[in-house]
Design a protein around this ligand. Structure first.
Ligand code: NAP
Length: 287
């Protein structure tokens, strides 16, 4: 039988360290599909808009089944899409693109938020499913994490080096009840006293390969005594921040489970069948 040759891919820059190609090509192969996951490097400078539109047009024409989007285009691709899912709209950033077959529209989705939530569950004790979380960073990933935590009823403190960005993030979360999200400066503020934290999330790129010795945690801050620590960074598997938290006796997790889950959810939008999560997990553990 002549099986279709499925084209998937990733838009971003730079893309040399991505695990996505490995994850999706193994998933396709294990289900008996022919296909490739291509890496489309689009530098942020001149002509980026033209190239982003060309990639979207390939999805519209059916030449490409679906795409992921990563740094630095998660926000800047939004104006060129036909429509956004409710969560992508709330987050203001997209990491997955597919075509809605019924309506013919090219849709922007964000699978980082539900993937974070799914993977976080194994770190939280029963009875700790809401509380106060400190999110470090105010980039695209932090927006997805905050959106999801707020949706699930958590109080969120967003701490970033760039205070204006943290303020913008909390403001953009829009409909949240006043006081559910507050900004902090990683450089100038202290941790608010008397605010017990149940969760700390590193959504900065500090500690990511090759800067493996960096931790986002400010030198003058004391780690909370009972919080669980989730680091979105997965390369290296043991980050400097998680090591610091483990040494302080805290429970930790890296972002590998989230990486697999965000890819699995994207794969399901594109292929309309359950993703082979175990195979995808093994692919990145080996890779
Ligand atoms: P981004 O939009 O570029 O944002 C990066 C954020 O990190 C910015 O707020 C930046 O602050 C901050 N930052 C960088 N270095 C820092 C440092 N040394 N100390 C304090 N803050 C620092 O990137 P992103 O898309 O949000 O991704 C952030 C991280 O999450 C990356 O490592 C990415 O690989 C990871 N991620 C993981 C998954 C997963 O599935 N596990 C999914 C998405 C993202 P400035 O603006 O001040 O530079």
């Amino acid at each position: 039988m002549n099986t279709p040759n499925i084209q998937l891919g990733l838009i971003g820059y730079p893309l040399e360290h991505t695990y996505s190609k490995l994850l999706h090509e193994q998933a396709l192969q294990s289900l008996g599909y022919r296909g490739q996951y291509k890496l489309w490097e689009i530098p942020p400078e001149k002509n980026a808009a033209k190239q982003l539109k060309a990639r979207i047009s390939a999805v519209r024409k059916g030449e490409v089944r679906g795409m992921n989007v990563t740094i630095p285009h998660k926000k800047r691709i939004v104006p060129y899409l036909d429509t956004l899912s409710e969560s992508a709209k709330g987050i203001g950033a997209v990491n997955t693109i597919y075509q809605n077959q019924e309506k013919g529209l090219v849709v922007g989705e964000n699978t980082d938020a539900p993937a974070f939530w799914t993977d976080l569950q194994s770190l939280l004790k029963t009875g700790e499913k809401t509380g106060t979380a400190l999110v470090l960073g105010a980039g695209g990933a932090a927006r997805a994490v905050c959106y999801q935590l707020i949706k699930k009823g958590w109080l969120v403190l967003v701490a970033a080096r760039n205070f204006t960005q943290a303020e913008e993030l909390t403001r953009d979360m829009g409909t949240v009840p006043e006081g559910q999200a507050s900004p902090l400066s990683l450089l100038e503020d202290d941790l608010p006293e008397g605010e017990p934290l149940q969760l700390v999330v590193n959504a900065t790129s500090a500690g990511m390969h090759p800067e493996v010795n960096q931790s986002p945690w400010p030198a003058g801050w004391q780690l909370p005594s009972h919080a669980a620590v989730y680091d979105l960074v997965y390369n290296p598997p043991l980050t400097a921040f998680n090591k610091q938290a483990m040494e302080a006796g805290l429970k930790t997790k890296n972002g590998l489970g989230m990486l697999v889950e965000q890819a699995a959810l994207a794969f399901e939008y594109w292929m309309d069948c359950p993703a082979p999560r175990e195979i995808m997990k093994r692919a990145v553990q080996k890779g």
